[in-house]
Design a protein around this ligand. Structure first.
Ligand code: HEC
Ligand code: HEC
Length: 313
């Protein structure tokens, strides 16, 4: 139990702790012996006669009994605590409680309690899990704990963090793909393309072409110049710019933007590239929880159990 390398420190701590408690007790005892001072006529004096700063006087009132009593109680508490719990040097306490591994023990207990439940879900198809109200509630709680800091508590995302409710997917919206994303993580990489395009003018032209793809107002002349240059982008985003879920290259023809659809933001993306990481959760959460989470995320943009699921793009 003890990490001390020599017995000295054990006794050192025991001694300091006990002396400290004894010191408090003696102080209390000596103060409670203090009686109200009487003047010549046998009446209690108003002040002790101590004066500071010319007119600050100390009143002649001993501490109330209940007040002293509370301090004695804290001393009793301290002794009781030190008997039951670790605190006196390397003495482990009668209860044998220890903080080392407390979190692991809690986790192990939770796994034992909920493990069978997750194992049960793991056997079911993701779309069936999505239709299960209890699984949905668990998924929501897991999401708020592990995912909300990046994707938002409403899962609508933020700049650089994809919206998970719009049924528009970087990597594909099939529930099994969502599960793979959660288990293994993702790393979307777009290289800086400024040099490949040529001048800054070219970057601007391509940006306007990209804007025109989703019907945003764009300068037609720049669009015309940018269009042929988009060949450099087609390898990843596709010749029709519909994106590539294998690479996580977004569809550039819809109005959904990961970083933003303004000319400045698009030019920044083209010049500097983007590097974006979704952490892998498989090892940390285990497959059971990832399964429930995938079903939950999928259900945010699909109606589980319905025959009219919105087709994933
Ligand atoms: C540290 C921030 C962070 C956390 C935490 C996080 N994500 Fe992500 N997630 C991202 C980023 C960034 C992306 C986009 C990756 C990319 O652009 O390649 C992403 C992408 C995704 C995608 C793919 C979306 C698509 O359009 O294909 C899913 C699904 C997803 N996350 C679900 C989750 C779930 C479920 C959790 C909780 C277990 C979670 N994420 C936790 C940052 C995070
Ligand atoms: C090597 C593959 C690759 C090439 C080449 C490439 N991109 Fe990308 N692009 C990506 C990936 C992957 C992402 C998503 C990055 C992320 O997940 O953060 C992306 C993101 C973007 C975005 C952000 C979209 C949004 O929703 O905010 C724009 C705009 C973009 N690319 C335009 C271009 C243009 C224009 C070119 C050509 C000049 C180009 N890309 C070339 C892979 C590529």
């Amino acid at each position: 139990m003890s990490d001390f390398t020599s017995g000295f420190w054990n006794w050192y701590i025991v001694l300091i702790t006990l002396l400290g408690i004894a010191g408090c007790a003696i102080l209390l005892w000596s103060q409670s012996r203090y009686k109200v001072r009487l003047d010549d006529k046998g009446q209690p004096e108003k002040t002790t006669g101590h004066v500071w700063d010319e007119d600050l006087t100390e009143l002649n009132t001993p501490m109330p009994r209940w007040w002293m009593f509370m301090f004695y109680l804290t001393i009793l508490f301290a002794i009781g605590y030190l008997v039951l719990y670790p605190g006196l040097g390397s003495y482990a306490g009668r209860l044998g409680w220890q903080s080392a591994g407390a979190y692991q023990r809690e986790l192990a207990k939770a796994d034992a309690d909920y493990g069978p439940l997750f194992a049960q879900y793991l056997k079911s198809d993701l779309k069936d899990v999505a239709a299960d109200p209890q699984a949905h509630a668990i998924g929501e709680r897991l999401f708020l704990t592990y995912c909300a800091q990046c994707h938002g508590s409403d899962a609508r995302g933020n700049k650089g963090y994809p919206n998970l409710t719009d049924n528009d997917w970087l990597y594909g919206g099939d529930p099994s793909v969502i599960k793979e994303t959660i288990m293994k993580g993702r790393n979307g990489q777009m290289p800086p393309m400024g040099a490949a395009l040529g001048s800054d003018k070219d970057v601007e032209n391509v940006a306007h072409y990209v804007m025109s793809l989703s019907g945003a107002p764009a300068d037609p002349i720049k669009v015309a110049f940018g269009k042929p240059k988009f060949a450099a982008c087609a390898a990843c985003h596709g010749p029709d710019a519909h994106g590539n879920p294998m690479l996580g290259a977004p569809n550039l023809t819809d109005k959904v933007w990961l970083y933003g659809g303004s000319p400045e933001t698009i030019m920044e993306t083209i010049r500097k590239g983007r590097n974006n990481t979704m952490p892998a959760w498989g090892e940390f959460l285990g497959e059971g929880k990832a399964h429930v989470l995938a079903a939950y995320v999928w259900s945010l943009s699909n109606t589980p159990g319905s025959q009219h699921e919105v087709a994933a793009k």
